[in-house]
Design a binder for this molecule. Structure first.
Ligand code: B12
Length: 221
């Protein structure tokens, strides 16, 4: 069984990395129909995206390949996200998350994975999309009163946008109402301190674990 699972994972990763959209969609459909855990399929998508990123950094892939890879990742993750939502329906929301990719940045594959995993964990998620201005985050906090604000960013300049967003939240007098978590390829401990976020991560799974812990702590208060 384990052997079979591993080969299905490898097959999917290979199909995505070789930009074979049709095959990637087919394998995903087969795995979902076989009742496989959607979270496992998402893990494979993350692995494939990492390999694609490395290829781009080594000059083996160009922008056109990235765009294609982005489309395939979206095409494949949509039915997986739908399945997760279906499975998550039974739970009542355990907390509310407002999330977006910060101003100046349009990378959203990682953010969308976080959205899916947070929804699967029982969060109600308000996704503001990409290139989200600080004022939009502030408006969304006023409107939705979330427990947590998540900011995603993959460009170096995203760190500055994250800082501006936290500053805007502070200026609006809302900073003590929400926990702030930042994520994406360029964030680290330094970025956390600079932006004055409460947590940072480069993993959707770890991010969701941190958010669940915050909800537990809030319940105890
Ligand atoms: C795919 C891709 C694109 C696609 C994006 C498609 C899309 N819809 O997102 C396209 C082609 C559009 C693109 C465009 C550009 N890109 Co680009 N892109 C990438 C690439 C290869 C992969 C990104 C990705 O999807 N990774 C996979 C996901 C799953 O990983 P992730 O986002 O990190 O997310 C994970 C975690 O970080 C975490 N996470 C993410 N967000 C959050 C948020 C929270 C709250 C939490 C808890 C967790 C969390 O969860 C995820 C799963 O575990 C990276 C290379 C890389 N290694 O990152 C370059 C990269 C980010 N791009 C880069 C550049 C330069 C650009 C462009 C400027 C190129 C150009 N000249 O036009 C433009 C920027 C446009 C803009 N204004 O944003 C650079 C950035 C360099 C820098 N230091 O600023 C990189 C690093 C490539 C490189 N090495 O040069 N890109």
């Amino acid at each position: 069984m384990l052997q079979r699972d591993m080969s299905m994972s490898e097959e999917l990763i290979n199909a995505i990395v070789s930009l074979d959209e049709k095959r990637a969609v087919e394998i995903t459909k087969r795995r979902l129909e076989a009742g496989e855990d959607p979270l496992k399929i998402l893990e494979d998508l993350t692995k494939a995206a990492d390999i694609i990123g490395e290829k781009y950094e080594r000059g083996e892939f160009f922008i056109a390949d990235l765009v294609m890879a982005g489309e395939i990742l979206k095409e494949v993750s949509d039915p997986v996200r739908a399945k997760l939502k279906e499975l998550g329906k039974v739970r009542s929301p355990i907390g509310k998350l407002v999330i977006g990719t910060v101003q100046g940045d349009i990378h959203d594959i990682g953010k969308n994975i976080v959205v899916t995993m947070a929804e699967a964990a029982g969060f109600e998620v308000i996704d503001l999309g990409v290139d989200v201005a600080p004022e939009k985050f502030v408006e969304a906090i006023r409107e939705h009163e979330p427990d947590i604000v998540g900011m995603s960013g993959l460009l170096t300049l995203a760190i500055e946008s994250m800082k501006k967003t936290v500053d805007a939240i502070k200026a609006a007098g809302l900073r003590d109402k929400v926990k702030v978590i930042i994520g994406g390829g360029r964030v680290d401990q330094y970025a956390k301190e600079y932006t004055e976020a409460d947590a940072w991560t480069t993993s959707a799974a770890e991010g969701v674990r941190i958010m669940l812990r915050w909800m537990e702590e809030k319940k105890k208060r």
